[in-house]
Design a protein around this ligand. Structure first.
Ligand code: L34
Length: 284
């Protein structure tokens, strides 16, 4: 079987058109959705992702501010900046691009963002709301994966989803969203013994481990859906996912490429959440 390639860039473009219409409606009501991104230090990959986020804001006619802070910035200074943004009426979404330097407590930073502006969906309040099925900002990468599946006509209901990776940003929440959509979910991670035994049973595999060419054809059941969340660089410095694409695409039913797979959807759902926050700010 040769897999159908899920074109994340194309689906993202379609979704962004819909979001653009919402932006126009809000502008008619006098509200311009605004996103503030804080970038700490000098990580080239982070810089690229943040640039893509700003570009998306511009294309949708949204307000965006980038706050750059040096690697040595103190935790107090970062928290003070977040507090300022929590109170800024023209800002509806606040995002601190991860990773941040080790001397700053990441959990403390995330908890300092107002849940009503936490467009990343990383605040424990939003995570709890997601888990209990209440109105919440859903984390952008997991949400983007759900939309990719929906747009491709794949329902997780009744399917066995195997998530490889258990980060707070991707692995844990994507399993939760799949569960909310009636999938049967198995979580695997670096301590899992005999990973293949699990992944081979999966109707849908979501890989978020951060190791290039980690998932091979013999991990995958014939015809399975393979979602690659990896953003790795190979020996040649080329961007690649967790999945050995050339090999796995001959066996899978559907596969997402890297780039132009999950990445553009992450940014799209960030735009969606920011517009949602702006709309909700009207009634507060
Ligand atoms: N706070 N930190 C916070 N929120 C996030 O949602 C993120 N993430 C992850 C890293 N840190 C974060 C992102 O934004 C990963 N991520 C992200 C976003 C966009 C892209 C990749 C990762 C992206 O634009 N990918 C392009 C290719 C980019 C390139 O050429 O390097 C793609 O087509 O996949």
């Amino acid at each position: 079987m040769t897999a159908e390639i899920i074109n994340g860039k194309e689906i993202a473009a379609k979704k962004r058109q819909e979001i653009g219409k919402e932006v126009e409606k809000l502008k008619e009501k006098g509200v311009v959705p605004g996103l503030a991104v804080i970038l700490v230090g000098n990580n080239d990959a982070s810089r690229t992702y943040v640039r893509n986020k700003q570009k998306a804001c511009q294309e949708l006619g949204m307000h965006s501010v980038l706050i750059e802070m040096p690697e040595e910035v103190s935790e107090e200074e970062l928290l003070a900046k977040i507090d300022e943004l929590n109170h800024a009426s023209e800002i509806h979404g606040i995002l601190v691009q991860l990773p941040i330097p080790k001397h700053i407590d990441e959990k403390k930073v995330i908890e300092s963002i107002s849940p009503s502006k936490d467009v990343d969906g990383f605040h424990p309040v939003n995570i709890g709301r997601m888990m209990t099925g209440q109105n919440a900002f859903l984390p952008c990468t997991p949400y983007g994966i759900m939309v990719l599946l929906e747009e491709t006509g794949i329902s997780p209901a009744g399917k066995h989803v195997v998530v490889v990776g258990r980060s707070n940003i991707v692995g844990k929440p994507v399993g939760q969203l799949m569960l909310n959509h009636n999938a049967t979910v198995t979580y695997c991670h670096s301590k899992t013994k005999d990973l293949k035994q699990y992944t081979k049973q999966a109707d849908i595999v979501v890989s978020a481990v951060g190791i290039a060419n980690f998932i091979k054809a013999d991990h995958i059941k014939e015809g399975a859906v393979v979602i690659d969340v990896g953003m790795n660089r190979n020996e040649a410095g080329k961007l690649c996912g967790d999945v050995d694409f050339e090999e796995v695409k001959e066996k899978a039913g559907y596969i997402t490429p890297v780039p132009k797979g999950v990445g553009p959807m992450t940014i799209t759902m960030l735009m969606y959440n920011t517009v949602k926050s702006a709309a909700e700010s009207i009634n507060r």
